[in-house]
Ligand binder design. Structure first.
Ligand code: BJW
Length: 262
């Protein structure tokens, strides 16, 4: 049974669990970047893009059907992300990394905001918006001649270029996925933050951690399919909950008789 806590009243038990953890693994999703002004994946798109369903654009089939539309959607998102700054949640995770003995940060985000905040060794499960690959050869392409083609073409083989992100039906980068599952299976505390926990295999990571006996902490303003399985569900925005958690961490010193308020 999960224990709900408001963001302003974090259970001392969570703090104690975090303090005692020797290995913390964290999975983040789009919600972590929401407070940086990057729209979450499943929330309504804005302006021109409001009429498109992101799930219908993030597929190889959509790209093959209408490469210009998909390229331009990513160009719009790249521009949004380019203006975004890491928020208090990203910064708190970068600090947390320094406070726990072992720490792995796994993200589904493609925006590099964890790296901007100072997190090291971020496992990117769904690729990176700022990299471009050749649709046919799958190799990273750094530059291409400006011909006015949208999308531009691969300077090597002439195929269309696309963002280096993982679309539905595509496999995740094998090394990243394997490192993520290793972390989930070895950690003693797993945090699922700002993700709807709907998209697999990422959504299987917290379950894998739970099955190996880890404590599961979820941070999200809303409930997800994971909430009822979480040991602690902290209901609130990551940019508020994470700094509070971090602030409380060094002071937490619970005795067996400590009065809990969760
Ligand atoms: C806040 C907040 C705040 C708001 N603070 N929180 C097993 C079961 C069922 C289906 C499958 C399965 N295994 C595989 C599948 C198929 C498919 C899948 O999962 N489908 C489901 C939708 C049903 N998976 C795949 O196809 C994957 N590939 C694969 O499995 O390969 C093997 C294979 C191939 C072929 C056949 C079978 C197997 C690939 C998945 C790739 C996902 N790609 C995307 C696009 C990336 C590029 C891009 O950005 O455009 O990744 S889709 C999209 O979803 C994106 C995200 O990373 C991902 C997850 O979304 P996320 O981050 O959770 O965002 P949201 O918007 O959903 O949620 C935001 C949350 O934040 C909400 O909960 C808010 O409440 C919260 N929030 N403000 C904290 N301030």
């Amino acid at each position: 049974m999960s224990q709900q806590a408001s963001s302003s009243l974090i259970s001392p038990k969570v703090i104690q669990a975090l303090r005692s953890a020797r290995y913390v693994a964290v999975l983040t999703g789009a919600g972590v970047s929401a407070e940086s002004g990057v729209p979450t994946f499943r929330e309504a798109q804005m302006g021109l893009w409001a009429k498109y369903n992101p799930e219908a654009l993030a597929t190889p089939q959509a790209f093959q059907r209408n490469p210009t539309l998909v390229w331009e959607w990513y160009a719009w998102r790249r521009q949004l992300v380019g203006q975004a700054k890491a928020n208090a949640g990203h910064l708190a995770l970068a600090e947390l990394e320094k406070l726990v003995p072992r720490f792995t940060l796994i993200t589904q985000n493609v925006d590099e905001l964890h790296q901007q905040a100072g997190s090291s060794s971020v496992i990117e499960l769904h690729g990176n918006l700022n990299r471009t690959i050749c649709f046919s050869e799958r190799k990273v392409v750094e530059s291409w001649p400006e011909t006015g083609d949208i999308p531009p073409r691969c300077p090597n083989c002439g195929s269309l270029l696309r963002p280096d992100v993982v679309w539905f039906g595509e496999t995740l980068p094998a090394e990243a996925l394997s490192a993520a599952f290793n972390a989930a299976e070895q950690c003693d505390l797993f945090m699922s933050i700002g993700t709807s926990a709907l998209v697999h295999p990422a959504a299987s990571l917290p379950v894998a951690a739970l099955e190996r006996g880890a404590i599961l902490v979820e941070i999200n303003p809303d409930t997800t399919p994971l909430t009822s399985h979480a040991t602690y569900a902290l209901r609130g925005p990551a940019g508020q909950v994470l700094p509070q958690l971090l602030e409380a961490l060094p002071e937490a010193n619970l005795s067996p008789n400590h009065q809990n308020y969760d």
